[in-house]
Design a protein around this ligand. Structure first.
Ligand code: ADP
Ligand code: MG
Length: 139
C-alpha cells in the first residue's frame, strides 16, 4: 500500500450504536476516499493477531473480547498524509483527552470502546490493510 493510505476499523461499539453512517460521513467530509471497505465479524484469533503488539498489556484480553463482541467495518482510506491526518481526525485514544470535533470525542464511550481504529505509521497501514484485504494489489 502506498504511503497515502491508512487503515481504519469502525469498532463494535460504534457499529452497535448506529454511529457507523455518521462516522463514515465525517471521514469522507474530511477528504478521505474509501478504497476498500467491508462489514464483518472478527474471530478471537483475528482480533488477537491484529492487536498482537499489545499482548503483554493488562487490557489485551478485554480488548480482544470487545473487538469480537459485534460487527466491525474495516476500511482502507486514501488521502495525502493519510496516517497523520486520520489520527488527528479521530483524536486521542482516551476520549476524555480527545479534542473537540474529533470522532472519538463525539462517539467513543471509553478508552477501550473508542469507536475507531487508525493506523499509527505508514508501515503499519500497509500491514493492517493487507490483514483485512488480501486482494489489495488490485486497488
Ligand atoms: P490507538 O487505538 O489510539 O492507537 P493503542 O494502540 O494504544 O491506541 O491501543 C489499541 C486499543 O486498545 C485502543 O484503541 C483501545 O481500544 C484499547 N486500549 C488502549 N489503552 C487501553 C486501556 N488503558 N484500557 C483499555 N483499553 C485500552
Ligand atoms: Mg495503536
Amino acid at each position: 500500500m502506498a504511503t497515502n493510505r491508512t487503515l481504519t476499523i469502525i469498532k463494535p461499539d460504534a457499529v452497535a450504536n448506529g454511529n457507523a453512517g455518521n462516522i463514515l460521513q465525517k471521514i469522507t467530509d474530511a477528504g478521505f476516499k474509501i478504497i476498500a471497505m467491508k462489514y464483518t465479524h472478527l474471530t478471537a484469533t483475528q482480533a488477537g493477531k491484529f492487536y498482537a503488539v499489545h499482548n503483554a498489556r493488562p487490557f489485551y484480553g478485554e480488548l480482544v473480547q470487545f473487538m469480537t463482541s459485534g460487527a466491525v467495518i474495516p476500511a482502507i482510506l486514501e488521502k495525502e498524509n493519510a496516517v497523520e491526518d486520520f489520527r488527528k481526525l479521530i483524536g486521542a485514544t482516551n476520549p476524555a483527552n480527545a479534542a473537540d470535533g474529533t470522532i472519538r470525542k463525539m462517539y467513543a464511550e471509553s478508552v477501550e470502546r473508542n469507536a475507531v481504529h487508525g493506523s499509527d505509521s505508514d508501515e503499519n497501514a500497509m500491514i493492517e490493510g493487507s490483514f483485512f484485504f488480501s486482494e489489495l494489489e488490485r486497488f
